[in-house]
Design a protein around this ligand. Structure first.
Ligand SMILES: Nc1ncnc2c1ncn2[C@@H]1O[C@H](COP(=O)(O)OP(=O)(O)OP(=O)(O)O)[C@@H](O)[C@H]1O
Length: 564
């Protein structure tokens, strides 16, 4: 996974190399100046090679700060972030999930993670490179001048590693509790935000405020837990590093007092060790932060890979509009089969109905046909092609799904109607022929009327008519209508059913509905009855399924009573 993170934004990596080299030279400038100063104090004269060295380092550092830093810093991090965001959004936009709350939650978390891994490019890698370069200079210098003391910084590193290792398990626990509490509070906020009208209508605002306050307090405590843990970590790191540094300086002082080391050498190796240990502390702190984001980065890569695998195994493109669709097998979710061993045949010529009690699996079938859910076993065949071999984009070029509530975009009715139209067509004539959207003629601005956000300025029936017209004008080949008449009045519902029946003359059309009025007008219906799928005309179904017959009898009785 680290290799994969490393490869992101790779084209900008060279900028980081130059940046690190310049920064490292700036650090070495401090060491050289201190060493030269100590030499001057001892001998009373400046060493010419050291002065030349200082001049070169100074020029490089100054040029870097004035010119280089603005064009070099953060470029790799931002290129990597763009790369990852691009791959991530590519995956994300293909999901088209209906669960907006869940999508928002995941999106929020994953975007946060993408932002946080910048620490790898702008801190971990530069600091690691500086550690290697300063480390080599430091070890060679110490071994050359005072070999025994090289053990002190090494002991400091081991002590730090041990301390951090002990804290690691605790850190995971604290982070996990923090994330769980964050998610819980976020979920409550989103739920209550979407359900605000219901909260007010049922006078539950106070309860909501109390629950939210409790969640906030819990979140505060978990946040404090993480902060305390981070402070403990910092204290341990400081103890190890500054302890090692202090010990090193004392050892150098004793060597100088004993006459086995001169002051200039002592200043040189002390400043090198100080620099190295300070960088090491920085590295220790940030690697810790980086490691805690790795599980989330792994999750993002899994999403991207899932998308890539789907795309690479699904490479067949439908060349022409399909004539029939056959679903044969079981549908459901990863953890649960909803309907087993069912067969549905869809073909051009008439509307195929799908009916059944609430929760019996009708929308699950629709989602499976839309390639939003895989079959749990068996397959869907489109003409002679297995649906799994098609990419979702390729399938969606031919299929349209419409649910009980369609999304309209803020703009004119015309903009919304022509949303999926990519050729020149006489759309007004088509609408007239289908007798769809004729209410528009009574609006002052007719098709120029602005619908407002999600069609807020129209009635539910008008919105649904526009959505259906939009789908039909987009000229797809397969239409799946899922309870599209459930939220609208009887007249609008009848009008829409007429249009769908007309459409089915030339398109593959399935209508999911619970309205007996609709079902009775169809030639062919699939009815979910106690986990099995019964197929036939409405009359045949009434003979085969007792519950269905009872429902029709009850309705007829009701009608009789109303007429009487
Ligand atoms: N994402 C999911 N994971 C697991 N189970 C689910 C998921 N979505 C729905 N279900 C379950 O699948 C079953 C069938 O749901 P589905 O939405 O297909 O029913 P339906 O017949 O369309 O119902 P309705 O008429 O009320 O819309 C239900 O028991 C539901 O709880």
């Amino acid at each position: 996974m680290i290799k994969r993170i490393w490869n992101l934004g790779g084209q900008q990596r060279w900028r980081t190399y130059i940046q690190v080299l310049c920064q490292w030279l700036s650090e070495m400038l401090v060491v050289t100046v201190l060493t030269a100063g100590a030499g001057r104090a001892i001998s009373g004269s400046w060493s010419t090679p050291l002065l030349i060295c200082i001049c070169i380092q100074f020029i490089v550092s100054f040029t870097y700060l004035m010119v280089g830093a603005p064009i070099l810093s953060d470029r790799w991090a931002s290129a990597a972030s763009k790369d990852l965001q691009h791959q991530f959004f590519k995956y994300y936009l293909k999901q088209a999930s209906t669960d907006t709350t869940k999508m928002m939650k995941i999106l929020h978390q994953d975007l946060g993670t993408i932002k946080r891994i910048a620490v790898f490019y702008d801190t971990i890698i530069p600091t690691s490179l500086q550690l290697i370069m300063t480390g080599i200079v430091m070890v060679v210098t110490i071994l050359f001048i005072h070999p025994l003391t090289v053990l002190i910084p090494l002991l400091g590193i081991f002590a730090l590693g041990g301390g951090m290792g002990l804290l690691e398990g605790l850190g995971d626990k604290k982070n996990f509790a923090y994330i769980a509490s964050f998610n819980h509070m976020g979920q409550r906020f989103l739920d209550d935000f979407f359900g605000m009208n219901s909260l007010i209508m049922y006078q539950r605002q106070e309860q909501y405020a109390a629950d939210f306050a409790e969640d906030s307090e819990n979140f505060r405590q978990k946040t404090m837990g993480v902060l305390v843990y981070q402070l403990q970590t910092l204290t341990i790191m400081d103890l190890c590093l500054y302890g090692a540094l202090g010990w090193f300086v004392v050892a150098q002082g004793m060597a100088v007092a004993a006459g086995t080391l001169n002051i200039m050498s002592a200043v040189l190796i002390s400043s090198l060790v100080s620099l190295w240990l300070i960088d090491f502390r920085k590295f220790g702190y940030f690697i810790h932060i980086f490691m805690s984001t790795l599980p989330k980065v792994k999750h993002i890569f899994e999403l991207i890979d899932y998308d890539t695998n789907q795309t690479s195994s699904a490479s067949v493109d439908l060349k022409k509009a399909p004539r029939f669709v056959k679903l044969d097998g079981s549908v459901g979710y990863a953890d649960r089969n909803i309907l087993s061993n069912v067969t549905i045949d869809l073909e051009i010529g008439h509307v195929v109905g799908l009916a059944g009690p609430s929760g019996s699996g009708k929308s699950t079938i629709a989602r499976t046909l839309m390639k939003q859910l895989p079959m749990t076993s068996g397959s869907i065949t489109v003409d002679n092609t297995n649906l799994t071999a098609l990419t979702r984009q390729s399938w969606w070029r031919f299929v349209a799904y419409l649910g009980p509530e369609s999304v309209l975009f803020d703009g004119s009715i015309e903009d919304n109607l022509l949303f999926g139209v990519h050729t020149d067509i006489n759309w007004e004539r088509q609408l007239k022929e289908m007798n769809l959207c004729q209410f528009v003629q009574d609006l002052p601005d007719r098709f120029e009327t602005v619908v407002g956000e999600n069609g807020a300025r129209l009635s539910p029936g008008q919105r649904q008519q526009i959505a259906i017209a939009r789908a039909i004008l987009a000229n797809k080949q397969v239409y799946i209508f899922d309870e599209i008449t459930s939220n609208i009045d009887v007249d609008n519902a009848r009008q829409i059913l007429r249009v769908i029946k007309q459409l089915a003359q030339s398109k593959i059309t399935m209508l999911i509905t619970h309205r007996l009025d609709d079902i009775e007008q169809l030639d062919e219906v699939y009815l979910v009855d106690n986990g099995r799928l019964v197929h036939g005309t409405p009359v045949e179904l009434a003979n085969k399924v007792v519950a269905f017959k009872q429902l029709i009898d009850e309705q007829n009785q009701l009608l009789k009573e109303v007429r009487a």
